[in-house]
Design a protein around this ligand. Structure first.
Ligand code: PLP
Length: 343
């Protein structure tokens, strides 16, 4: 048994997965009387459980072999599957680096997995001396790294990420939801090097398809075989697979929109810096800015009153709001309203 199999929960290792009608017969032509579907269309048939067409298109776009790709109902499903596959409830643990994306903690709680918080350092980077003693702890099965990180916006230092992947005996889940806005190389290039690495990306951010709920996991086949075993058979609907295919067919537009958002993020950052109630705009590799303001609750509520909704993150990071880059005119409205606020 290899080291990845040994990390998997015993019941998952022994699991005989559900075999769906579409698994047992793959052809598209014929009289289908095998899945208790209605014969009346157009959405009467179950989706392709392996999402073959979409998988092939993603493989081409990302330059990653199909055997290294798994698609979830959003990254949130991938996160949940990580816990369900690797963590024994009530026994195993996961490490996260707060302030970070909230679902790592919530999904852990749902699965009765204890979370160890290793707070980011003052530059919002990984505190290597603090995490090093945990890397050999047998009860820690997962380490979640978010880069670029939500809500701080910065990329984690790649050398520190690689140090953790190399020295951790468990699985490293690297969440690259915002990577398209960073201009930096993706760690998908390294999945052949490290059998304990899962890189997550999503259709929800630069792809502009949060509504279709498609998350991607890139990893070794030795890891992904368990994801295919545990996932609900039809986890991505046909309309959603088709919508994603259509978007990939017009990738030029996605690329233009991504560049536009990066330019808007830069412009917004510069303009925010000039507003007196703004104390600090943190550097960002994502499509949002972490902004420290005087009296964040008052600013947040004033904006709500003007029908501009930002995220109040001041409970996690003192004084901070998280502001997503919108269209140029949306950002101009935000800037105008911020200039009018008197505190
Ligand atoms: C870092 C990070 N990962 C994952 C997600 C969720 O991705 P999905 O929409 O694919 O579930 C988010 C959503 O905000 C996020 O910020």
């Amino acid at each position: 048994m290899n080291r990845i199999d040994r990390l998997v929960r015993l019941n998952v290792r022994a699991l005989v997965p559900y075999s769906s009608a579409r698994d047992e017969h793959e052809g598209k032509e014929g009289i289908f009387l095998d899945a208790n579907e209605s014969p009346f269309g157009p959405l009467n048939r179950y989706p392709d459980p392996r999402q073959r067409e979409l998988m092939a298109a993603i493989s081409k776009l990302k330059g990653v072999a199909e055997e290294n790709i798994f698609l979830g109902n959003g990254s949130d499903e991938v996160i949940d599957l990580c816990y369900r596959i690797f963590c024994n409830p009530g026994t195993d643990r996961a490490v996260i680096f707060p302030p970070t994306y909230g679902m790592y903690r919530v999904s852990a709680a749902i699965n009765d997995v204890e979370v160890i918080n290793v707070t980011l350092d003052k530059d919002f980077n990984i505190d290597i001396p603090a995490v090093t003693p945990l890397l050999t702890d047998e009860r820690i099965k997962l380490i979640f790294i978010c880069s670029p990180n939500n809500p701080t916006g910065n990329c984690m230092d790649p050398g520190r990420i690689e140090f953790i992947i190399r020295n951790f005996r468990g699985i490293v889940v690297l969440d690259e939801a915002y990577a398209d806005f960073s201009g930096r190389p993706s760690f998908t290039e390294k999945i052949a090097l490290y059998d304990n690495l899962i890189v997550m990306q999503t259709f929800s951010k630069a792809m502009g398809m949060a509504a279709v709920r498609i998350g991607m996991a890139f990893a070794s086949p030795g890891i992904l075989k368990y994801f295919f075993r545990v996932k609900p058979p039809y986890n991505i609907s046909t309309p959603n697979q088709e919508a994603a295919m259509e978007r990939l067919g017009d990738f030029k537009t996605v690329a233009i929109q991504t560049e536009t958002l990066i330019a808007e993020r830069r412009r917004l950052s510069e303009k925010l810096d000039e507003i007196p109630l703004v104390e600090k705009v943190w550097p960002s590799d994502a499509n949002f800015l972490l902004v420290s303001v005087r009296d964040p609750d008052a600013v947040y509520n004033s904006l709500i009153n003007k029908n501009i909704i930002v995220r109040n993150r001041s409970r996690e990071i003192g004084g901070c709001l998280r502001i997503t880059a919108g269209t140029r005119s949306e950002n101009d409205r935000l800037l105008d309203e911020l200039k009018k606020i008197r505190i």
